[in-house]
Every structure is written in C-alpha cells, then in structure tokens.
Design a protein around this ligand. Structure first.
Ligand code: GCU
Length: 426
C-alpha cells in the first residue's frame, strides 16, 4: 500500500507544518507490536479501583502522570482576565444567528497577550443556549465568510514567522476554513458556537513561548518551560479554559453545557482541556491521532518519535525521552479519554487519515470504557470497530467517515446529535 503523507489542511497554499523529512511510518496492522496497556482502574501501587468513590484519587494519579510526562503542568496561578466587548450581539448574515466578538485580555496590559472570541448564538432561543467551543487554525475571519468578523493580524504574523509570508491580503482569507465550522447547522440545532485563533494563545512554532501566554508566568529570568511545564498544547488547552471563564459570564450561554471540540492538534488539545478542566461538560476529538485519542503503543502511523521530532514544542520536555520507548510511557491515550469520565466524549476518525491511526483512535475510546462502567454506564457500546458512516454511541461515541483528515458537515451532524442527546436539547 502506498501512502502519501497528507497535508494538514486542504488549503494547499497554507502549509502549517514545518518542512519535515518523509517518515517511514508503519501502516501495516500485522506489524503492530504486541503491547500491554496501563490499566485506568488500577492504582499505581497495584491496588484495584473498586468504586466511583475511588475514581477521584485514581484520576488524580493519571492526570499527574500526563502532566509530568506528556503535556506539562499548567501554571497554578489564575491570571487576571479582562473581557472587552468588541462587538455586541448583532444579527448575523442569514438571519438564524447573532454574532458577538469579545477580546479576552490575559493580563492587565493592553499590549499583553490576548485572544479574540467569535461567538454565534442561535437567534430566537429562550434562555441560555448550550455551546460548542473550539480553537481554529487560521483566525476567526476564516471561520465564516461573514464580512463583519474582525481580521486577525496574528495569523499573518505567524505565517511570516514560519517563513511563509502571505502572498495575498488577509481579507482574502475570509471563510478559508468555513467548511470546517458548520455555523448554520450548529445554531439551527440550538447551540451557540465560540471559537478563537489558537495562535492568539501561543504561536505554533519552535521557540515562540515568549510571544504567548507562557511568559506571563515566568519566574526570575526564566526563558523556557521547565522539563515538566506546559508546552503549546497545554497552553492552548489553558486558553480554552479562559474562554470558558468568559462563557460563564455570558448571559446567552449555559456554561454548564459547553462541549469542547477540536480537530487534529486541536483535537489533542480538546481532550487535554477536558482532562484538566472538569467544567467542560463534553469533549469531541476529531482526527486527533497521535497523542490525542490514538493508542501510542500501537506505533501505527504517527509515532511518539515522529511527533516529538516534528513538534517538540507541543509537549513538555520530559515527553521527548519517550521517542521509540512507547512502552516506557507510564500512560497511554485511552487514559487521556478516561480523564473525562463520566462525562460524555466523542471520538471521530476518517478512513484515509491513516497517519492518525483510526483503529488506534477507536481502541483508545474502547479501552477508556471500563471507567464509565465503573459508574454503571456503558462507555462505548461496541467492541468491534464500526463500518464507515455507522456511528456507535452511549456516553462515548465513535464514528469513522469516508475521506481525508478534515472536519466535515457529516462530522458536525454526529457531534450535534450526540451533544443534543446528552444535553437534553430537543
Ligand atoms: C501533523 C501532525 C499531527 C497533527 C496534524 C494537525 O500532521 O503530525 O499530529 O494532528 O499535523 O494538527 O493537523
């Protein structure tokens, strides 16, 4: 089977990846090595987790292991946030929704790091709407063609800094990522949507921590995170929590029904956000792959060695010790999913996205399920990987759709059905 390394976005003109050497990845199920997964329901001292009352202690152990060895610790200190309404709720094109734009300042200084939230509310809902919250890759202006969305020059800054300056005006990127954000479907289903550009939190490149939120927490001359401190994924997840801080103050949104959602590296981020912040009521991982929902020990598609070579800044420095040593990792990714328990989690794969290991994503969801069963629930209701376009779901949902690494309307239809069921939306 010949597999070409897929581009990370359909927008060929916008490669977000640094140049990488072609990788010798395994795409042969027969070459997946035998492996033993760490047990989410066994304490580190070997004793079993017997009841839901034991879970908080076991959960704390697993969380600490992911902090120490994978994503790094987030700062304990709460920043003093300021929310600045850039645009009050205003009818949006199409008539089905209202748009609002809010700037979240991460510090007291106006020129400090800040993140712009773009919000769409369903028009005409009574009371507070449940919401999806997710980061975007290209700036809020790319989420919809809507001409009133403020252009985000940080996107331009980040492309320039990657050595890929834009060859066309920022304005022409309006709606460039719109196929991934089914705004009309989301609001028609009675949900609000909140999104922000991930580069507002920390630019996605090597040695860029001083340009994002990390520097707000550095102590005495610190210039980079310590070996067990947050990398970029940790900071993006932290940014999602700060967006939720804002949503808690937003009268149009029910902050107790916020689903955190993300695609690819931002799907890894969404799972880590749900793990670190239990206020998120539901999590959706779309094609999150290696160090998202996919089991690392399978070494299928992207591996710990490849991801830590290409994107070391996403993780804490300790993680880099596990390249080609997956069995030495004290955790595997089913435990990341399990950190959301007993809240609902949805995992989505794409058939051609072998780099993200669809089967490994399914198995991550399956092997997380015992934690839901501890709570008398089901988790994932199928032990067999379902065929394409046949979602399975209980408190964990899973589907694999035809096609490439992407977020499509089909994916959103499943996320909306799943969240509607769990949030009691008719
Ligand atoms: C790369 C990377 C993946 C990641 C993806 C993305 O392909 O290897 O781990 O999920 O980029 O974020 O688009």
């Amino acid at each position: 089977m010949k597999i070409t390394r897929r581009a990370c976005l359909p927008l060929a003109a916008l490669p977000l990846l640094p140049a990488q050497p072609p990788q010798e990845a395994n795409y042969d199920e027969a070459r997946v090595p035998p492996y033993t997964l760490p047990d989410p329901l066994r304490f580190e001292n070997g004793l079993p987790v017997r009841s839901p009352r034991d879970w908080p202690r076991r959960r704390a152990e697993i969380l600490a292991l992911f902090e120490q060895h994978v994503y790094g610790r987030m700062p304990a200190a709460r920043p003093s946030l300021r929310f600045e309404v850039l645009e009050p709720a205003t009818p949006a094109p199409g008539g089905g929704s209202l748009r609002k734009q809010v700037r979240v300042h991460f510090s007291a200084k106006d020129d400090g790091p800040k993140m712009d939230l773009l919000l769409y509310f369903p028009a005409g809902t009574r009371g507070k709407a449940p919401a999806f919250l997710g980061l975007n890759f290209l700036g809020n202006h790319a989420v919809h063609k809507d001409p009133a969305i403020l252009l985000n020059p940080n996107f331009q800054r980040d492309q320039q800094a990657r050595g890929r300056p834009l060859d066309r005006p920022l304005e022409s990127f309006r709606g460039a990522e719109a196929s991934r954000w089914a705004v009309d479907k989301i609001t028609a289903a009675g949900f609000a949507l909140a999104t922000a550009y991930y580069g507002d939190i920390t630019p996605d490149r090597r040695d860029a921590f001083h340009e994002g939120v990390h520097a707000l927490f550095w102590r005495g001359g610190q210039k980079e995170p310590a070996a067990d401190e947050w990398g970029a994924i940790g900071s993006w997840a932290w940014g999602l929590s700060r967006a939720l801080d804002y949503l808690e103050t937003e009268p149009a949104i029910d902050a107790r029904r916020v689903a955190v959602m993300g695609h690819s590296r931002l799907g890894k981020t969404a799972l880590w956000a749900a793990a670190t912040d239990t206020r998120f009521a539901l999590a959706v991982s779309n094609n999150s792959g290696c160090m998202g929902a996919a089991l690392s020990r399978r070494r299928f598609g992207e591996t710990v060695a490849s991801i830590s070579r290409a994107f070391p800044w996403w993780f804490c420095r300790n993680f880099l010790n596990y390249a080609n040593r997956e069995d030495g990792l004290p955790v595997d990714q089913h435990q990341l999913i399990a950190l959301a328990a007993p809240r609902p989690v949805y995992v989505a794969s794409a058939q051609e996205d072998l780099w993200a290991d669809p089967r490994g994503e399914f198995l991550g969801a399956l092997h997380a399920s015992p934690v839901w069963r501890l709570f008398g629930k089901t988790g994932l209701p199928s032990r067999e990987m379902p065929p394409v376009h046949q979602p399975v779901s209980a408190e964990i949902g899973y589907h694999i759709r035809a096609g490439k690494h992407d977020v499509t309307d089909y994916d959103w239809e499943q996320f909306l059905a799943f969240a509607s069921r769990h949030f009691g939306v008719k």
